[in-house]
Design a protein around this ligand. Sequence first.
Ligand code: HEM
Length: 178
Amino acid sequence: MKGIIFTEFLSMVEDAHGLDMVDTIIEKSDLPSGGAYTAVGTYPHTEIVSLVCNLSEEIHIEVSDLLKEFGRHLFHQLAKSYPVFVKKSATPLDFLEQVETYIHVEVRKLYPDAELPSFECARPHSANQLYMTYHSVRHMEDVCEGLIRGSLEHFNSKADIERKSVDDDSELFIITIT
Ligand code: HEM
């Protein structure tokens, strides 16, 4: 997993809970990398799981809630770092459809070793409702939900998000603009 994911996670923890909390969870997580992340490095994705589990223990917030919150934070940081990717779309659903066909394609060119999920998108019932199926062996569906929520906020849109497990490595998100 790319270092940017780790540096953004730790900066979110630092902003919300201070540098001591960052040190505490790094120490408790016993990380192969030692926790010295650079944005362009690549690290085992299991390290983010350890960091989040330890943060959850420290601050008594559910892991899934922390991962969703992290996804929202990450989206806003990514949109700041790569403004060109968000400027191209007029609506949040158009934007979300472009994650698979354009954004992650460009990300792969920048970082050939990126571990990216894949998505299948369709609007079977209405232009205001997107079926987005997430596939990844890394099971970041809660981060994915947060990224979707962050995207909706970015476009000042409100939507209902329904989630259904499809199989071991796939989750369907039904996003309905309200
Ligand atoms: C400006 C927009 C975006 C950029 C620049 C971007 C870029 C990236 C990068 C660099 C990674 C890390 C790859 C790695 O760790 O090796 C990543 C992972 C991921 N991205 Fe995106 N992304 C964007 C938007 C989105 C959105 C809107 C979604 C959700 C619909 C999404 C879903 C994910 C997920 C779930 C992962 C975690 C890896 C996994 O699940 O396998 N991304 N993305």
